[in-house]
Design a protein around this ligand. Structure first.
Ligand SMILES: Cc1cc2nc3c(=O)[nH]c(=O)nc-3n(C[C@H](O)[C@H](O)[C@H](O)COP(=O)(O)OP(=O)(O)OC[C@H]3O[C@@H](n4cnc5c(N)ncnc54)[C@H](O)[C@@H]3O)c2cc1C
Length: 392
């Protein structure tokens, strides 16, 4: 391969470009991004320590640069029915504004010698003259849409609504707060991503969306309404908006990861869910998988694409499956909020993906488990007995 064109300058596209340039310096790698360099959507994301370790094994410089620019988060608060539980333990999280993460990746890209062209929207992947075209262009991927049938893709929309705000309120640690109001169920996952800023992902179920009248409001009215719903938590601080429109999240899956010399990575291939907190890592790990396959098959794009799916999909599918369990938990949240108190809801939440079992809860959250060990036994033998608790 002489020329590889990457559509999309998000985390997966930029990281793939870095890996390819390092391993195959003679190949011309280019990235095309539709937005301006200083523009993106959303606020902060959290990257797990385990995921960053895997990024570091693929490229130490990238992982070190992300870690240096991140804000370390520890422990969490879980609140339901007015009761707050402080949960100590779990892996540390590296929180970073999405724009800062993109800046860090761009910096490494530029140093590695990859040209990134901004304000360059690709309308048709076949306009690119390249031996391999990579769709790293997010959940609404035009590369996927151009060959929808051959990628065997399916896309559906979740029923809950969500908006990705920021706030000047600094939450000392990540919080997950559920509120049952006169209009129905609302919740927020909020976390600090800088010393003076937090990310505030606000969500509600389909019933609350209609009963509250949010379905008929403008986005400015929705922001003011959300500030009122979470007034106690925000303590007078405003919500900040960065294209923070309320939306139902689309979910996309593809049975085929490539069509001839066109291949997908990240959200374009399999969008996860914010509640799993791993979308960026899943996307960047796809880039590792694809880069390895290209390095193993530098002369044959189709063979590289086939190897990418064959070798990387067992790992990626595990994470994507966990995301599916997680969004299913949120999609069916009403009965849980109505029937479980804060402690049982916390148990149910922490084991929702099937990847965390009793052994892991004790290992990661010993103080929390010690305080609630009788409750855990009761929950695990009753409510939890039908659950499959398998550590992976
Ligand atoms: C509310 C919310 C919170 C989240 N929190 C977390 C978190 O805490 N941790 C985490 O790991 N993940 C989180 N995620 C998920 C994460 O944002 C995504 O999974 C991740 O950004 C996927 O990376 P990507 O590179 O595949 O796609 P994207 O980040 O979507 O990047 C795609 C890029 O392609 C560009 N593009 C699109 N079409 C074209 C075109 N035709 N031509 C040129 N360029 C194009 C876009 O402008 C964009 O820059 C969150 C997501 C949401 C919605």
């Amino acid at each position: 391969m002489k020329r590889i064109a990457i559509v999309g300058g998000g985390p997966s596209g930029l990281f793939l470009a870095i890996l390819l340039k390092r391993k195959l310096p003679s190949v011309q790698v280019e990235v095309f991004e539709q937005n301006r360099q200083d523009a993106t959507f959303g606020f902060g994301i959290i990257l797990s320590q385990t995921g960053l370790r895997r990024i570091g094994l693929a490229d130490r410089e990238t992982a070190d640069a992300i870690i240096a620019a991140s804000y370390l988060t520890r422990n969490r608060v879980f609140a339901h029915r007015g009761k707050s539980i402080y949960i100590e333990g779990g892996a540390d999280g590296y929180a970073i504004a999405r724009l800062k993460l993109l800046d860090v990746l761009l910096d490494v890209c530029v140093k590695a010698g990859v040209p990134v062209t901004y304000e360059a929207r690709i309308e048709n992947p076949d306009q690119l003259d390249a031996d391999l075209v990579v769709g790293a262009d997010g959940v609404n991927s035009i590369v996927r849409r151009a060959y929808e049938g051959q990628f065997a893709s399916s896309t559906w929309t979740l029923t809950n609504r969500l908006a990705w705000y920021g706030t000047t309120k600094h939450f000392p640690q990540p919080v997950l707060i559920f509120k049952t109001t006169e209009f129905g169920n609302f919740w927020t996952a909020a976390y600090p991503h800088a010393a003076d800023m937090s990310t505030f992902v606000a969500e509600c179920d389909a019933d609350a969306w209609c009963r509250s009248g949010m379905n008929k409001m403008t986005d400015i009215e929705r922001q003011a309404f959300t500030e009122r719903i979470f007034a106690d938590e925000l303590e007078g601080h405003p919500l900040l908006n960065n294209k923070s429109n309320w939306m139902s999240l689309p979910v996309t899956r593809c049975a085929q990861w490539s069509v001839d010399h066109r291949v997908l990575v990240g959200d374009a291939l399999h969008s996860p869910h914010p509640s799993i907190g791993s979308g960026t890592l899943i996307a960047m790990e796809d880039s590792i998988g694809l880069a390895n396959a290209i390095v193993a098959n530098p002369a044959n794009a189709r063979e590289a694409c086939a190897e990418y799916q064959r070798v990387h999909s067992p790992h990626a599918d595990k994470l994507v499956h966990a995301a599916e369990k997680s969004f299913a938990w949120y999609e069916d949240i009403g009965p849980k909020l109505a029937s479980l108190d804060a402690v049982d809801l916390a148990f149910d939440f922490m084991t929702r993906t099937g990847r965390v079992d009793e052994r892991r809860l004790w290992a990661e959250y010993p103080a929390f488990m010690e305080s609630h060990k009788e409750r855990w036994s009761a929950w695990a033998s009753g409510q939890g007995s039908e659950r499959v608790l398998v550590a992976t």
